[in-house]
Write a protein that binds this ligand. Structure first.
Ligand code: PLP
Length: 404
């Protein structure tokens, strides 16, 4: 039984009003709202445990270290990694990808080597590779897709050469919302002697993600999109690869011994965690993942899919509606345009009616170019959204369209 009203009570912000109307928050792909359990974890740790982790001999430091490392174990189990050595905490998906591009690039890529991306990548999975390209003379190749947003796997396979070192692909696009066949893409990459990074920023909150089942070498996500705190992310990396990659940043925590002549580095995963980590954030992320587990990812997916189906059904009746990507297998994201109405106007007017959606290029300008548009409107759903909210969105959309 999915008790949506009980669930919503765990998210106090959902009870607020904007412009004198009850808030309908449909911008969850940008960031999710936080349950009490997450905010409580933050306050409890600040009020009763707070101390810097890892090197302290005193009680509080040891307790804070235990919570921080317990969070790493929670993440490990959540994504099915073999060892906590494979779980690196970062500032977010973006930093995780920059870390891999920089460090994997330095260890394994030479001038003329190639990376394969897809046309639907978020800028954070494009620009770090371009920066690497500028530094190292690495080439970027792009997997095309059809008009429904399905990647062309035959073309994908043709892109490989003996110089292809890595593929970096989103598990779920933040615009099109459908799941990419990353397991199959990993098999193909490995058959060609290449590695694969999966950007799971938009999948971890919505479907069970298991790094072993996917067969990926790296997987990245952000805490704030999975009901956790901002400014924290995860990099999963296969231990044998991380072992061979150089540190990304230098500083405290990541060293074993320092002299002015030479420094030796800490073991994994600390080699990649320079400076004081966000140990309060990691404890809060563990609380968020526990909350997701209690609710059940399969229940969440079923609930969200039903809401997406309802949204699409209602939206299709709007004159001039174009929904981007195959409607039938969408997870929690629906991007659209209405002919003759600028998406920014749509977003602004919906906001006045209490409905929060996102408009613009969604940090995916190459994808906008692929569809020949400057921008799109996008609603994105989370575990706490309701059928009534979808109807309020659709009613508001119809009203705005009538005004035009
Ligand atoms: N990748 C995808 C698919 C995303 O949707 C996002 C954020 O919207 C990111 C990467 C970047 O995440 P962050 O800004 O948390 O680093």
């Amino acid at each position: 039984m999915y008790d949506i009203q009980a669930l919503r009570k765990e998210f106090p912000i959902l009870g607020r009003e904007v412009y004198g109307r009850p808030l309908v928050y449909l911008d969850n792909a940008a960031t999710t709202q936080k349950p009490r359990a997450v905010v409580d974890a933050i306050t409890e740790e600040y009020f009763s445990v707070n101390a810097n982790v890892h090197r302290g001999v005193h009680y509080l430091s040891q307790q804070a270290t235990e919570l921080h490392e317990a969070a790493r174990e929670k993440v490990r189990a959540f994504i099915g990694a073999r060892s906590t050595n494979e779980v690196v905490f970062t500032r977010g998906t973006t930093e995780s990808i920059n870390l891999v591009a920089s460090s994997f690039g330095e260890a394994f890529m030479r001038e003329g080597d190639e990376v394969i991306l897809t046309v639907m990548e978020h800028h954070s999975n494009i620009v770090p590779w371009q920066l690497l390209g500028q530094r190292r003379g690495v080439k970027i190749k792009v997997v095309p897709m059809d008009d429904d947003g399905r990647l062309d796997l035959a073309e994908y396979e043709k892109l490989f050469t003996s110089r292809t070192k890595i593929v970096a692909v989103c598990h779920v696009s933040n615009v099109l919302g459908a799941e990419n066949p990353v397991g199959r893409m990993a098999e193909i990459a490995h058959a060609h002697g290449a590695h694969i990074l999966v950007d799971a920023a938009q999948s971890v909150p919505h479907l069970p993600v298991d790094v072993a089942a996917l067969g990926c070498d790296f997987l990245v996500f952000s805490a704030h999109k999975v009901y956790g705190p901002t400014g924290l992310g995860v990099l999963y990396g296969r231990e044998d690869l991380l072992e061979r990659m150089p540190p990304y940043q230098g500083g405290g925590e990541m060293i074993s011994r320092v002299t002015f002549e030479r420094t030796t580095f800490e073991q994994l995963p600390f080699k990649f965690e320079a400076g004081t980590p966000d140990y309060i954030g990691t404890h809060a992320l563990a609380a968020a993942l526990a909350f997701v587990e209690r609710t059940g990812l399969e229940n969440i997916a079923r609930h969200e899919h039903a809401l997406v189906r309802r949204a699409v059904e209602r939206m299709q009746h709007v004159d001039g509606m174009r929904i981007y990507g195959a409607a039938e297998d969408k997870g929690a994201v629906v991007a659209f345009n209405v002919a003759g109405i600028h998406p920014l106007d749509l977003g602004t007017l919906l906001d006045r009616l209490g409905v929060a959606i996102r408009t613009g290029h969604h940090c995916a300008q190459p994808l906008m170019q692929r569809f020949g548009t400057e921008g799109m409107a996008r609603l994105s759903i989370a575990m706490y959204n309701t059928e009534e909210e979808i109807d309020r969105f659709a009613d508001a959309l119809e009203r705005v369209c009538r005004m035009f």
